[in-house]
Every structure is written in structure tokens, then in C-alpha cells.
Design a protein around this ligand. Structure first.
Ligand code: UDX
Length: 440
């Protein structure tokens, strides 16, 4: 297949490289000259395990190119829209400017019989509107919706071997041809047995929004339970293990801690509420506002746990040195968008504490958003002289820390485990005051 991918951010860059990796001829298109130059040189604008390798091999094979010139899309048959839908400034709704601009720019280069495939996470109703835009232009191209479920840190495997494929296809004469084109694009995943749900455009858009809403709800549910276990001295991890054995509930996404962040879950649940309100269905998803509130509350909860740990040492927050372990919104990523870790560092800094942070990949991206942040060059440097340590992103190297070694570096032995990943007994045995979230 000859494929264009419009938008070479997180989603588009990975999708373009993955589609070339499975054998298609792909052109990645973006308006950002610097990003295109970087990708053309085989460099990735963000950290994503496995992406540099497939990018290099796809570029070397000649099957993948990048350009800012959208007219080259005219040489392709299938066009993926993979631009961002960030939260609008001043409202919770998704900002659709990039999607609309991409489709508007693409329309003059479409050939009859082409398929435009939406991948971005959008408010339900967008696909029908874009399909009308294409039709109104006189083009005989069709539009389908094929949401993407990739997780950062696992983006390459999630794209090449997804859990499921969802095709939203409008009924009508061109339905079967759209299905044929999508099946050809995903031939290798289909051959590996990936299940496919073929549905209408609105359902396909909603599958993505509903999946993210459910995941966010699961996390806020367990965090709300952890507030209760804290109140009575019960143990949230054992509770999650026990309820997780029920196959109807499942153990995954039941890890209590500082909560969810990133470029997707927070803004997607807010956009879902905003869209439901536009549809007169605000009540149906009002609970998602509470999911967001519970999630935000965990950041203040961790900040308070750290302040309490400082006070227990008989010192003021303003004279405490706090070592923040982690800045990315989750491990194996350098993404600090809506990162709980960065918020905790900011909160503590605003209270006057002496903050020093370290993240294996996200120091630079965090400093770009929070220039006053002081970062360390290594774990040992961040820990040196600390009064309290707070672990906010569960990178494996933090989980593997030896408390006996850490005890030789810090000024006071106190640690807040805001991801519930450390062995409390081992840290206490090394003389640390150990606090976690919802565990005694
Ligand atoms: C998410 C969805 O998983 C993905 O399907 C969608 O396409 C985009 O949004 P991503 O943002 O990459 O992916 O990260 P994910 O692994 O889902 O984690 C989201 C956040 O939830 C992270 O901040 C993570 O630390 C947090 N989380 C996850 C918890 O706090 N507890 C858990 O049990 C699981």
C-alpha cells in the first residue's frame, strides 16, 4: 500500500514508521520543518523504546520518507490523520484546529477512490463532519475512523501488534472498498489473529473515548479506595490484588498512587464531558468530572505526605531539601505533559522547599516546561543531602534502589513512595521513615 500519515507527533511518527516496518510505502507529512528534518535523519523528537530502530531500518529500506510538502499525498491511496487534539485554551473541549487544517490541506491532493482514515482522538461527530467536508469539496475520496490505542513506552509493539482494530466505516456504496483498503493496511496484524470490530463512524470515535474514560475511572476508583484504606490503616495493594482476582474486575490499572497524567487520559476525559454537555448528555458522564477531581487530589495528597515527612524531622519545609525521583508522567517516556510528578515538584517548590529532581529521560523536557526546576545528572547526585525523598515515577532504576546505599547519601532518612512500588520492610530496615499511598 502507498500510505501518507499527516501529523508526525507521537502518534503519527510511530504509525508511519510501523506501517513502513510491516512493508508499506509511507510518507510522513508535517508542517513542522524541524521535526521533519529530525525524522528524515533517523532521529526521534521524543523518547520511545524501539522507535529509533524501526525508523532507521524503514528509512534505509527506502519505504519511509518525511516531508513538509502535503502535495506528495497525491501519490498515496490511504491517508492517516494523526495530528493532535489538545485541550483548548480556556475550556475543556478538544481543540480541533489541527485536524480541520490537516483535512483542508489534504483535500486538493486526494484522488477518487482514496481513503482518508482518522486516527486522532476526537469528539464524537467529528468523522461525519469531516466526511461531509470531503464530499462538499467534490472529491470522491471516502473517510473512515480507526482509533489508536497505543500506550507511550509501548507504542511500537502496540502499533504493530494491537489488542484489537476498530474500523468505523459509513454505510453506502463505498463501504466494502473501505473495508478492503483497511484490511490491506493491517494485513500483517490480521494474519497474526488481531480481532477487528467493524462499526459505524460515531461508534468508532466513541470506542476510543469510552476506553480512556474507563481506564481513568479504574485508576481514580483505586485511588479513592486508597484514601479510605489510609483512614483505617488497611492495605490498598492487598485490596487491589484481592478484587483483581475477580475476572470481571481484573488487576490491571488498579495501582494506587499519584494518579494518571500524560497527553491523553486527562484531556480526553475533559473533552468527553465537554462534548457530552454539547449533546445535552452532561449528566451521563458527570462522574468523569469526579474522576478528574480525585485524580488531581492525589497530587496534593502526595505534596502533603512530603510536607508531613519534613515536619516529622523537626524542620521547616522552607529549609528542607527534597529529592524528587521521576518527572515523566510514567516510566519509559520523556513526556511531562500533565505529569503528576512535575506538579508535585512544582507544588513543593512553591512552598519554598529546595527541590532537586532526576528523571532518566525527562530532565530536559521537564525543564522546558518548568525552567526554575533544578535537575540532577544521576540518582546519587539527586539523593545527596536529601531530607525527604519522593518517588513519583516508577522507573525500574528507582524501584531497584538499595536503601542501605541510599542511607549513606541522604541527610535524613525519609521516603514517600507515591507509586507504591518499593519494599516498605527493606526501607524501614535501613532506618527510613517510609510512607506510601493507602498502605499502613
Ligand atoms: C493511555 C491509554 O492507555 C492508551 O490506550 C491511549 O491510547 C492513550 O492514553 P498512555 O497515556 O500512554 O496511554 O499511558 P497509560 O499506560 O495508559 O498510563 C496513563 C497514566 O495512568 C500514567 O500516568 C500512569 O502512571 C497512570 N496509571 C496507570 C496509574 O496511576 N495506575 C495504574 O494502575 C495504571
Amino acid at each position: 500500500m502507498r500510505i501518507s500519515v499527516i501529523g508526525c507527533g507521537y502518534l503519527g511518527a510511530v504509525h508511519a514508521a510501523a506501517m513502513a516496518d510491516v512493508g508499506h510505502d509511507v510518507v510522513g507529512i508535517d508542517v513542522d520543518v524541524a521535526k521533519i528534518a529530525l525524522l528524515s535523519a533517523g532521529k526521534t523528537p521524543f523518547f520511545e523504546p524501539g522507535l529509533p530502530e524501526i525508523l532507521a531500518s524503514a528509512l534505509a529500506s527506502g519505504r519511509l520518507t518525511f516531508t513538509t510538502d502535503i502535495s506528495v499525498a497525491s501519490r498515496c491511496d490511504v491517508h492517516f490523520i494523526a495530528v493532535g487534539t489538545p485541550q483548548s485554551a480556556g475550556s475543556n473541549a478538544a481543540d480541533m484546529r489541527f485536524v480541520d487544517a490537516a483535512v483542508t490541506a489534504l483535500i486538493p491532493h486526494l484522488n477518487d477512490g482514496d481513503l482518508v482514515v482518522g486516527k486522532s482522538t476526537v469528539p464524537v461527530g467529528t468523522a461525519a463532519r469531516l466526511r461531509d467536508m470531503i464530499g462538499a469539496s467534490g472529491s470522491a475520496a471516502e473517510l473512515a475512523w480507526n482509533p489508536e490505542f497505543l500506550r507511550e513506552g509501548h507504542a511500537v509493539t502496540d502499533t504493530i501488534s494491537p489488542d484489537r482494530l476498530v474500523y468505523g466505516i459509513a454505510p453506502g456504496d463505498r463501504h466494502d472498498e473501505s473495508l478492503r483498503l483497511l484490511n490491506a493496511v493491517y494485513a500483517s496484524a490480521l494474519a497474526a489473529g488481531t480481532p477487528v470490530v467493524v462499526t459505524d463512524l460515531a461508534t468508532a470515535e466513541l470506542v476510543k473515548t469510552a476506553a480512556n474514560a474507563f481506564l481513568a475511572t479504574k485508576i481514580s476508583f483505586i485511588n479513592a479506595m486508597s484514601e479510605i484504606t489510609d483512614a483505617v490503616g488497611a492495605n490498598i495493594t492487598e485490596l487491589a490484588d484481592a478484587i483483581g482476582y475477580d475476572a470481571r474486575i481484573g488487576r490491571r490499572f488498579l495501582n494506587a498512587g499519584v494518579g494518571f497524567g500524560g497527553g491523553c487520559l486527562p484531556k480526553d476525559i475533559r473533552a468527553f464531558v465537554a462534548r457530552a454537555e454539547e449533546l445535552g448528555q452532561g449528566e451521563s458522564v458527570a462522574f468523569l468530572t469526579e474522576v478528574d477531581v480525585i485524580n488531581q487530589r492525589q497530587r496534593s495528597r502526595v505534596t502533603k505526605l512530603v510536607c508531613d515527612a519534613v515536619t516529622r524531622q523537626g524542620i521547616e519545609v522552607t529549609s528542607a531539601r527534597i529529592a524528587v525521583l521521576g518527572l515523566a508522567f510514567k516510566p519509559h517516556s520523556d513526556d511531562v505533559r500533565d505529569s503528576p510528578a512535575l506538579d508535585v515538584a512544582r507544588n513543593l517548590g512553591a512552598l519554598g522547599a529546595d527541590i532537586i529532581a532526576f528523571d532518566p529521560e525527562a530532565n530536559a523536557s521537564a525543564q522546558a516546561r518548568f525552567p526554575a526546576l533544578v535537575t540532577a545528572t544521576s540518582i546519587d547526585v539527586v539523593l545527596a543531602g536529601a531530607d525527604v525523598i519522593v518517588l513519583v515515577t516508577e522507573w525500574p532504576e528507582f524501584v531497584a534502589l538499595d536503601p542501605v546505599h541510599v542511607a549513606t547519601l541522604v541527610r535524613h532518612r525519609a521516603i514517600v513512595d507515591a507509586r507504591n512500588v518499593l519494599d516498605a520492610q527493606a526501607w524501614r530496615a535501613a532506618g527510613f521513615t517510609f510512607v506510601s499511598m493507602g498502605r499502613p
